[in-house]
Design a protein around this ligand. Structure first.
Ligand SMILES: *Cc1c(COP(=O)(O)O)cnc(C)c1O
Length: 387
């Protein structure tokens, strides 16, 4: 960056997202180049980068971009969303420690907590219904090592009150991490609401084009950053590769435009589904019928593009409905420009039947990642495939 005043200081979100940082003064690139070099020529005068696991110019460009978007001091780019989450947990929770987590979670996070954090490290992992912050307050004490939540949650679209839980965390001096993947930094700012750590699977909205796996952690706290940076670069070595950093950085430039479109389409699809008689309940924070619509309106600046609903019919009818769709690809993941649909009971059977430490997912649940296609095409497709 040039050495005059920070041009991003008072910039709007769209400007921050587009904001290019020329990392190479000699060639004046407008777009940060992909630095694939694993090592850098050593000089007795000291150099900025030595070895690409520890620091890489393309990764630094993305990490600075992520920090600006979340309104945080420090950003870190990881090899996946799970790498970001597991590194955070391993850095803050010692063997035999105490972790309080919201019970409605992405299935990978749930498995990490039950199999590894509790199973291997003997951590006391306490799952609570975080929709009511009182449940978090009742579980946390001064010995707690970390509070963890996701909002909105995958796939039940539940919310938790980030500010209320941040206050509880502050009272007990416990760090609070929020997985904000479903909202993206465009619609939700956990750090501004008092959380200590904001986490994203960049695989989803941040990259936005379903062609990269990655994760991010953003924090304002210098101590938290130093611990996480040590784990990322030295201890665990699970940083994002230069080429993926380039892809995510490119995706971020259109994040605001994509998120506006995702939300507009999701609202129309949610209203369409709500009016259909083979659809029981629609879970979309933007609908007045969502039990936490008020909280969503308060803590988010938009409702994003994810929704789920309960299908009124047999498993066979559900399968026929999904196979009958032409515009929605059945598949895992979310946040890309194309619409994806997933029925957890058909696609991940063990997720539903395993003994539930965490929130139960109904067999009739269908999750949609609403893309940015023509919304009339999407609604017509649903209309013709629904029984
Ligand atoms: C996908 C997802 C993750 C995991 O991210 P990966 O990039 O797949 O490792 C974590 N949390 C949420 C909410 C997700 O949707």
């Amino acid at each position: 960056m040039t050495n005059h005043d920070n041009p991003f200081q008072d910039a709007g979100f769209e400007t921050l997202a587009v904001g290019a940082v020329a990392t190479n003064g000699e060639t004046s690139d407008v777009i940060p180049p992909v630095h694939l070099s694993s090592t850098f020529e050593w000089s007795s005068g000291g150099i900025e980068h030595e070895y690409s696991r520890e620091s890489n110019p393309t990764r630094v460009a993305l990490e600075e971009q992520l920090a600006r978007l979340e309104g945080g001091e420090h950003g870190l780019a990881f090899a996946s969303g799970m790498a970001a989450i597991s590194t955070t947990m391993l850095s803050f929770v010692p063997p035999g420690g105490h972790l309080v987590s919201a019970e409605s979670l992405y299935s990978g996070t749930e498995k990490l907590l039950t199999k590894f954090v509790a199973g291997h490290l003997g951590v006391d992992v306490e799952f609570v219904d975080a929709r009511d912050p009182e449940n978090v307050a009742a579980a946390v004490d001064s010995e707690t090592d970390l509070i963890w939540a996701e909002t909105p949650t995958n796939p039940l679209m539940r919310l938790c009150d980030i500010r209320a839980i941040s206050d509880i965390a502050t009272d007990h001096g416990v760090p609070f991490g929020v997985d904000s993947t479903f909202a993206s930094p465009y619609f939700q700012a956990p750090l501004e609401l008092g959380a200590d750590i904001a986490v994203h699977s960049t695989t989803k909205y941040l990259n936005g084009h379903s062609d990269s796996i990655g994760g991010a952690v953003i924090t304002d706290d210098d101590g938290i950053y130093e611990d996480l940076a040590f784990s990322q670069q030295i201890g665990l070595g699970n940083m994002l590769s230069p080429f993926d950093c380039y892809l995510v950085g490119r995706g971020i430039k259109t994040l605001p435009a994509r998120m506006e479109h995702h939300e507009e389409n999701a609202m129309a699809v949610a209203r369409f589904l709500e009016s259909h008689d083979r659809v029981d309940s629609v879970y979309y924070p933007g609908l007045e019928s969502h039990p936490q619509h008020e909280l969503a309106t308060e803590q988010m600046s938009g409702y994003s593009g994810m929704l789920s609903f309960e299908f009124d019919g047999t498993a066979t009818e559900l399968e026929a409905f999904i196979n009958g769709l032409k515009m929605f690809t059945p598949g895992a993941s979310l946040g890309g420009v194309e619409s994806l649909i997933e029925a957890p009971s058909l696609m991940i059977p063990d997720q539903v039947s395993h003994e539930a430490a965490t929130a139960e997912i109904p067999d009739s649940l269908v999750r949609i990642s609403v893309g940015i296609e023509d919304v009339d095409d999407l609604c017509e497709d649903l209309q013709s495939a629904l029984p």
